[in-house]
Design a protein around this ligand. Structure first.
Ligand SMILES: [Zn+2]
Length: 464
């Protein structure tokens, strides 16, 4: 079964675009200027029937790219409208119901533990964790962390009292939703239970947690995958056990860095398993032995990993397990990734393929060197005795030989087997050719021997 790309429930398509403006200069090549051009007198738009206020068009015109200031009024209307449409609220039924859901919660939900809604490091975290982040060095983090699998970090993070408070706050929210007949919107496409903490007021607390605690750690350990530029998050709890989700399908997160902390309660099973970091291209490739790990959750203990490290959760066999998940994202990293032409270094499969290509190239280079130095000197010597045709043959043969060697080393089994056979046949032919060449040399030497003897004889006569 192909691996799932787990995205949160709000996500539709990536990135806004200026639709219908392909023939126009685009926002990416002609962006708005930060400062208005006060020398420019904007057009008047008041006689037009526009979707937005004509005053907005006049005001925005002063911010247009210098090349567009004197474009036609029709062009400017279309260009500015396209930009404004990007910020217009989404009026789809799903978006409207999502806004109503939020408004309901904001106006009606009464938090149980108000102290949870403001970040308070001393009350939330264990002291060693607070100290490590305060010191903010790789050494300080390594002191409190284990790295059981490359790029997967495990450490004690939350105090038990915080875990209890958060659990009871989630239960309180669920009771409220049931009582008021508000259907809870689930955190993502594959969890049928759980709730989004951002939905019932914990967004700013989690923002602060990401900014002050997760970002510094990510900047040290996940700088290659956007860890230095995290700027948004999706925070939620998931619930497993009887009458809840039983397990979690194999997937990757819609996150650059994922924080996963077990909040409790008593349970057995539910191990988290990892199968290696992959780019989109290689998402279904096999895991290597060194990428495989099963992790047993402990309440209060966090696990921090690259969101694209493929993982899943085994069945929670008994009890009730609740985990806090914070998907940390970097829009800068995503933008850069879109324009990346080479496969990324962080994907285990890309790395393996690069290594294999380098190995093949080295092997072919070594073989070429050894052929030049040792094995096929004979034809070059023969060239000195003949008119040069053999030398041309030698170069062609050597090239063919080299290509066959490269082919026999390639990762495609069919190609490799086929070229191995050709290579063997070629070698046999080459050995036979040696015999013919050897005969030629012998014949040449015999052919010239009478003349050599004659010259030698004459020389002897002259000198005597
Ligand atoms: Zn890859």
């Amino acid at each position: 079964m192909p691996i799932l790309n787990n995205v949160d429930r709000n996500q539709t398509q990536a990135g806004p675009s200026i639709s219908g403006s392909e023939e126009l200069p685009s926002y990416s090549t002609h962006p708005l200027c930060l400062s208005p051009n006060t020398d420019h007198t904007p057009d008047n738009y008041e006689d037009l029937n526009l979707e937005f206020s004509p005053l907005i068009f006049s005001a925005m015109e002063r911010h247009l790219h210098p090349d567009l200031l004197n474009a036609t009024r029709e062009f400017k209307v279309q260009y500015i409208s396209n930009i404004l449409k990007r910020y217009k609220p989404d009026d789809s039924p799903a978006a409207v119901s999502f806004r109503d859901y939020h408004l309901n919660i904001q106006s009606q939900y009464e938090p149980l533990h108000k102290e949870l809604y403001t970040m308070n490091a001393e009350d939330f975290f264990v002291p060693d964790f607070v100290k490590a982040v305060k010191d903010n060095t790789e050494e300080s983090y390594r002191k409190i962390m284990a790295e059981p699998l490359s790029g997967v970090f495990v450490f004690d993070m939350f105090q038990q009292t915080f875990c209890q408070m958060l659990l009871s706050e989630v239960e309180n929210f669920e009771r409220w939703a049931q009582h008021t007949k508000n259907k809870i919107m689930r955190p993502n496409k594959i969890n049928k239970f759980g709730a989004v903490l951002d939905d019932f007021g914990l967004k700013s607390m989690l923002n602060k947690m990401v900014e002050d605690f997760i970002s510094p750690i990510s900047a040290v350990f996940f700088s290659a995958v956007g860890g230095t530029t995290l700027n948004s998050h999706h925070g939620f709890v998931v619930e497993y056990g009887v009458d809840r989700d039983s397990d979690l399908a194999f997937h990757v997160d819609d996150a650059e860095v994922t924080l996963n902390v077990c909040l409790g309660k008593n349970f057995s099973g539910g191990e988290l398993y990892f199968r290696g970091v992959r780019c989109n291209e290689h998402i279904d490739s096999n895991a290597k032995r060194e990428e495989i790990m099963d992790y047993v959750h402990v309440p209060g203990r966090a696990i921090l990993h690259h969101g694209r490290n493929r993982h899943g959760a085994k069945v929670t066999k008994s009890g009730h397990r609740v985990n806090l998940l914070v998907w940390c994202r970097s829009s800068v990293f995503r933008q850069m990734y879109k324009y990346q032409t080479e496969f990324p270094d962080w994907c285990g499969e890309c790395q393996s393929q690069k290594k294999e290509r380098r190995r093949q190239k080295d092997a072919a280079n070594r073989l070429e060197t050894s052929m030049t130095l040792h094995n096929y000197d004979f034809p070059l010597q023969l060239k000195a005795l003949s008119d040069g045709i053999e030398h041309v043959d030698y170069l062609i043969n050597r090239k063919l030989q080299l290509n066959l060697v490269k082919g026999s080393l390639c990762s495609d089994v069919f190609m490799s087997d086929l070229t191995k056979l050709l290579h063997e046949m070629f070698n046999k032919y080459w050995r036979d050719t040696y015999m013919v060449m050897t005969l030629v040399v012998v014949m040449v030497i015999f052919h010239f021997q009478p003349i050599i003897l004659h010259i030698s004889f004459n020389f002897d006569q002259h000198s005597s």
